[in-house]
Design a protein around this ligand. Structure first.
Ligand SMILES: NC(=O)c1ccc[n+]([C@@H]2O[C@H](COP(=O)([O-])OP(=O)(O)OC[C@H]3O[C@@H](n4cnc5c(N)ncnc54)[C@H](OP(=O)(O)O)[C@@H]3O)[C@@H](O)[C@H]2O)c1
Length: 361
């Protein structure tokens, strides 16, 4: 059933559970942003008119031009733990002001926010976890956003703002799984589940690395599109519930070298069954609910497992260099205007999309 996402427009900002936003003074420059507010079924999207922020030391003011949605943004509405927060982790725009001490960016630069405002590189830390945009801290669905300069990257020149806005979560998750943790090699086989944001980036990145992507979908039309994007094998998981057997056959009975498991409960056991000796499985998502147990018995010898949480700024910079070298263009399914953000959320929940959903500002 399609859920409705009501929008309430508030002329002035009020005190919301867990967060206080300044009420604009008379004559102050204002801007619009979405904010999550308690509603009848968890959180709902509200449009707020707030005072335009200004950058402090080592901070950058970004005029956001495009935002992309991730399944997490939809899930957060049901969780109710992010009241008062500006939603969405992913956004791109241009620098309009810099604070004292900013060294890496200048006015006019085109930038994207990193998923974690504070994960420069190395191992994931508690501080980084607490800085996940659109969850623990304010996200990007606002006309203006202030970010620490270490929470931004320059976007590749050949990409539009819409395209660049798709990178911070889905693309980086696929990158981290395949390159940082999976150490993908040309000729490897890669299993992608469904044709959502992470999986389509996984397909494109794997193909560009000279690997052989195999992808599943509930839709034959989407599988055909996936072939045009570089999939060498396709399986309809709806008409073929034992899809992992077909995946194994497609690898000449060797199994796949990489799995990006975005579905969780319904797929993890089958994905492990499809894994090759020495393969890598990236635990990523819970589209059917998070899997709560890893089947160690059937896990092939030499296999490795990582529990992915997007990636660091260091990963983002490495990915951008790869994207630029291969001139990869993100697959955008549909673009919605800022005013229709709730319709974009509903569209994601319908699963009609292939690739990414974007909101422009
Ligand atoms: N751990 C991390 O760092 C991380 C980062 C990003 C995302 N995630 C998680 O990864 C998952 C995917 O995120 P996303 O943004 O890529 O999602 P998305 O774009 O919304 O993906 C939706 C697609 O997934 C497929 N799908 C849905 N339910 C399925 C099922 N039961 N079995 C098989 N395929 C199914 C469908 O593809 P077809 O229409 O082709 O069937 C659907 O269109 C989410 O759970 C998200 O929270 C985790």
């Amino acid at each position: 059933m399609r859920k409705l996402y009501p929008v309430r427009t508030l002329a002035v900002v009020s005190l919301l559970a867990g967060a206080m936003t300044a009420v604009p003074k008379a004559g102050a420059q204002t801007m619009r942003q979405y904010q999550l507010e308690p509603g009848t079924n968890g959180l709902e999207l509200t449009v707020q008119e707030v005072a335009q922020p200004s950058p402090g030391a080592n901070e950058v003011l970004v005029r956001v031009r495009a935002v992309s949605l991730n399944r997490r943004d939809v899930s957060i509405l049901g969780r109710g733990t992010s009241a008062g927060v500006v939603p969405t982790s992913d956004g791109a725009g241009e620098v309009v002001a810099i604070g004292p001490g900013v060294a890496q960016f200048a006015v006019g630069d085109r930038v994207a926010g990193t998923f974690f405002a504070n994960w420069p590189g190395g191992r994931l830390t508690r501080d980084a976890m607490a800085s996940a945009r659109g969850g623990g801290v304010d996200g990007m669905l606002a006309e203006m956003v202030v970010s620490p300069e270490t929470g931004l990257v320059a976007i590749p020149d050949y990409l539009s703002f819409e395209e660049a806005a798709t990178l911070p979560c889905a693309a980086l998750t696929a990158w981290r799984a395949l390159f940082t943790d999976g150490e993908i090699q040309p000729g490897d086989t890669v299993l992608l589940e469904g044709t959502g944001g992470v999986s389509i980036f996984g397909l494109q990145l794997a193909a560009a690395a000279g690997a052989r992507p195999i992808i599943t979908s509930s839709s034959d039309a989407k599988l055909e599109r996936a072939r045009s994007l570089g999939a060498v094998g396709t399986v309809n998981y709806r008409t073929n519930p034992e899809w992992q057997k077909t995946v194994i056959e497609l690898t000449g009975n060797r199994g796949v070298d990489h799995v990006l498991d975005v579905v969780g409960q319904e797929t993890l056991n089958r994905a492990v069954e499809a894994l090759a000796l020495g393969g890598h499985i990236a635990i990523i998502g819970g589209l059917s609910g998070r899997a709560d147990a890893l089947p160690l018995g059937p896990l092939p010898r030499g296999a490795s497992v990582t529990n992915i949480f997007v990636g660091s700024r260091e990963d983002f910079l490495a990915m951008n260099a790869f994207l630029t070298e291969h001139r990869l263009r993100p697959v955008i399914d549909r673009v919605f205007p800022f005013e229709e953000a709730p319709a974009a959320y509903a569209y994601m929940e319908s699963n009609a999309h292939l690739g990414k959903i974007v909101i422009t500002l």
